[in-house]
Design a protein around this ligand. Structure first.
Ligand SMILES: [Zn+2]
Length: 187
């Protein structure tokens, strides 16, 4: 069971790594986002969370919206949007003033914004944390690297007649590992 979960995690990790490696060059001229539109409450307000892939990396944004036009009703439910971005306008970056930046990680905070893209909403405490592609790729390569290391070690132990669990030399005791008690696979 644990082994199965590990293999699933490795495969998911590899797929994500491929996605990030693809988005990195692609998002010079594209951007994508995933969002969940919640209804506005009785005061015409709501929290809004967004996951956006721009030219720098993947950003988690969080903002508080307040409607200024009572007739305005935002789109509700889950949305995934992938849009081309004109290359003449340079790489797409989220429209934020970055306040902190380190090795591609950025943090931005806008205390107040009015009617972005003509939407009749005042947005307060708009925050965006961007994680760069290089970091996402390194992180998603960790599990596959561990899996590769284990596979390599297992093959070496089989070749050297060592215990697959702990690496103890089994030439003198081929039935059972005296170190950890594991029963070796019968060839
Ligand atoms: Zn052993």
């Amino acid at each position: 069971m644990r082994r199965k979960l590990f293999i699933i995690a490795v495969v998911v990790s590899l797929v994500l790594c491929g996605v990030f490696a693809l988005l990195w060059p692609l998002n010079r001229t594209y951007h994508e986002y995933v969002t969940y539109g919640r209804p506005l409450d009785a005061n015409g307000e709501r929290w809004l969370f967004n996951l956006t892939a721009d030219a720098n990396g993947v950003a988690l944004t969080c903002a508080f919206d307040h409607r200024t036009d009572p007739s305005y009703q935002p789109l509700l439910g889950w949305r995934f949007v992938a849009r081309p971005y004109p290359s003449s306008r340079g790489p797409f970056k989220l429209p934020y003033q970055v306040s902190h930046s380190l090795l591609g990680f950025t943090y931005a905070h806008e205390p107040r914004r009015i009617g972005y893209q003509r939407i009749p909403v005042v947005t307060v405490n708009d925050r965006a944390l961007t994680v760069p592609y290089w970091f996402l790729i390194v992180v998603t390569l960790l599990l596959p690297a561990i899996a590769l290391h284990r596979w390599h070690r297992r093959r070496r132990r089989i070749g050297e007649n060592r215990c697959l669990t702990c690496g103890y030399d089994l030439r003198a005791s081929p039935e059972r590992c005296p170190e950890c008690g594991a029963i070796p696979l019968q060839p």
